[in-house]
Design a binder for this molecule. Structure first.
Ligand code: SF4
Ligand code: SF4
Ligand code: SF4
Length: 326
């Protein structure tokens, strides 16, 4: 067992993650070709607009289901909403934010764009601390809109008139998953502006602009879109109950900053916070690069049901460094 643990702790997590992301991308984007369907309540962006998908994003169903009159919340429709939500949360509680780091097709796409930039020897830019703090709140605003707009179609929210049906699936209309993921199956039909109504025109034009921002932003900033992703905000609400965890033993931390330097999302707290045991922050995608980069014995660790599955060790750190320098 010790040999097995040692082997895991010495692995190249980045390489493992690359292959896992690729397999997950193929499964979620093309799985339908082999009649694979792992459900439509996945806490990850596998777009419903992709006709060959092998499993799909929950956000579309969620937006449809929240378009419900308040008085029907405890009816069959309301129960459908709660069952959908419970399945989504169940998936999430199992793997926590590792959905973002290992399974999300939009996350993988951003990582591959970063790989292209690296090959071109172009330097990336980072956010300053105040910029980071300001921008990260956008995802909670988007999450609130994603809930309030569908609710506002069936109800008079804050005394305002009900919204028209053109407001249906507001987040999907601006989501880069809708415009970009079907392209991998040869379907370019979503890369367009819908002129059928003013509302749709505004939303789909915004969607095209966000797609452009997604592509250019991810080129210069690692995981650019993740900072604004409402799915990430949704995840974070439940992270304390998840069984897969990233833990830190602050007493072993020397605050060397290695973990922060490798973090693609730029989470400073991973190095600076020596108090929290559960160290998953709202922008963390659980890629575990920080664990691999930490040279202190068991300072950072990944646990499943409290059982350590991957730990920072001095040996693992030096092993990976020597592999990198070969
Ligand atoms: S458009 Fe975006 S939010 Fe909607 S189903 Fe597709 S990936 Fe999910
Ligand atoms: S790499 Fe490890 S020791 Fe260094 S700051 Fe991060 S958690 Fe602390
Ligand atoms: S804090 Fe660690 S696990 Fe989270 S995104 Fe950064 S490097 Fe990955």
């Amino acid at each position: 067992m010790n040999k097995f643990r040692k082997w895991i702790n010495n692995t190249d997590i980045n390489r493992f993650r690359f292959w896992f992301q690729l397999a997950s991308f193929i499964l979620l984007i093309y799985g339908g070709l082999l009649a694979i369907n792992i459900g439509d309540r996945l806490p990850t962006f596998a777009c419903v607009f992709d006709n060959l998908r092998g499993g799909s994003c929950y956000l579309m169903g969620f937006q449809h289901q929240t378009n419900i009159p308040f008085k029907q919340i405890f009816s069959g429709r309301g129960i459908g909403l709660f069952i959908g939500l419970a399945t989504f949360i169940g998936f999430f509680l199992l793997f926590n934010k590792a959905w973002c780091g290992f399974a999300c097709p939009l996350g993988a796409l951003q990582d591959w764009i970063t790989m292209i930039r690296k090959k071109m020897n172009i330097r990336y830019s980072v956010y300053s601390k105040p910029e980071f703090a300001r921008l990260k709140t956008i995802k909670y605003f988007l999450l609130a809109l994603l809930i309030l707009i569908p609710l506002g179609m069936s109800n008079s929210v804050f005394g305002l008139p009900k919204l028209s049906h053109d407001f249906a699936i507001p987040f999907c209309m601006i989501c880069p998953g809708r415009t970009l993921l079907p392209v991998f199956t040869g379907d370019f039909s979503q890369l367009a502006i819908d002129f059928s109504s003013k509302t749709k025109l505004v939303f789909t034009a915004l969607g095209m602009a966000i797609t452009g921002l997604f592509l250019s932003g991810s080129f210069f900033k690692k995981r650019f879109f993740c900072l604004f992703c409402p799915m990430s905000a949704f995840h974070y609400i439940f992270h304390k109950a998840a069984v897969l965890r990233l833990s830190k033993d602050g007493e072993k931390c020397t605050q060397c900053g290695n973990c922060y330097r490798v973090c693609d999302v730029g989470i400073r707290d991973i190095a600076e916070d020596i108090v929290s045991r559960n160290i998953v922050k709202d922008d963390c995608m659980m890629c575990f690069k920080c664990v691999a980069a930490c040279p202190e014995e068991n300072c950072l660790s990944v646990n499943l049901y409290g059982i350590p599955v991957y730990d920072s060790t001095a040996e693992g750190f030096f092993e990976r460094m020597s592999r990198r320098n070969k």
